[in-house]
Design a protein around this ligand. Structure first.
Ligand SMILES: [Zn+2]
Length: 251
């Protein structure tokens, strides 16, 4: 039996340190690294904060998405995170999720690109201005294109794509259902925002006459391939259902 020879490139003195596995960021909007300290909304509640920032985000360009991905990834790597998601849900001025994916490939970080989307604007009772929403047909077609172009299903792959309509207050139930079918067909993961605060809870109750848990249950958004962002206002029934279906939360 021959001895295995390892060449040592660098020795690190690890006394008084702890070695841990690298971290994974399961919910991130990288474009927001460009609009972090806007004084007028800095301390606003979620819905007012979004309404203050939507007009700024309508000016996003492909270059800005590229640069924001690199900023966010540089910061992540420096803090010990080696795998990250990016939930991009606003696509003005020719922006595509590809702008974020290609920026990632330059850096070499493991990436789960989530194709968000908003389809219900203010005129339909949603939160975002009409000029930043997309047609549901296009969102689904573009999501399919992204999966076929970039998604690598292998465990530990460097690039994966997930299906991720933005939230109950920005998309329709139809889009949620069709997105779930698409994810099921391609066996990709599914991601969205759920019960982020009390306003979010009240909107779901008023608009859909149900709790957030019932909302996602009706739409087929439970299971081990699904992870929801936030979930800070789940009731006991909701928590039990998440546990029973092995649905994940980015909390
Ligand atoms: Zn979010």
């Amino acid at each position: 039996m021959s001895a295995v020879k390892a060449s040592i490139e660098r020795t690190v003195d690890g006394r008084h340190h702890v070695v841990i596995p690298s971290m994974i960021n399961t919910h991130y909007h990288m474009v927001q690294s460009l609009t972090r300290a806007v004084p007028s909304v800095q301390n606003a509640e979620l819905f007012s904060w979004l309404q203050g920032l939507y007009p700024i985000w309508t000016g996003l360009t492909p270059d800005m998405v590229h640069v924001s991905t690199q900023i966010a990834m540089d910061e992540s790597l420096l803090s010990g995170c080696t795998t990250t998601s990016n939930h991009l849900y606003i696509y003005p001025n020719g922006v595509r999720l590809d702008d974020s994916i290609t920026a990632t490939q330059i850096i070499g970080m493991r990436f789960v690109a989530t194709r968000g989307g908003m389809s219900v604007g203010q005129s339909q009772g949603g939160l975002p201005p009409d000029r930043v929403v997309e047609s549901e047909d296009f969102i689904l077609k573009d999501t399919q294109r992204l999966i076929e172009t970039w998604h690598n299903p292998t465990h530990g792959a460097m690039t994966q794509v997930a299906v991720a309509p933005c939230s109950p207050f920005t998309v329709s139930q139809d889009l949620m259902r069709e997105s779930a079918k698409l994810a099921c067909h391609y066996q990709t993961r599914m991601h969205t925002h759920l019960t982020e605060n009390d306003h979010n809870l009240a909107y779901t109750q008023e608009k859909f006459n149900c709790t957030p848990t019932q909302y996602v249950q009706d739409l087929g958004w439970f299971g081990s391939d699904v992870w929801h962002a936030h979930c800070v206002r789940l009731d006991d029934e909701g928590i039990s259902l998440f546990a029973a279906t092995r649905t994940s939360i980015a909390h």
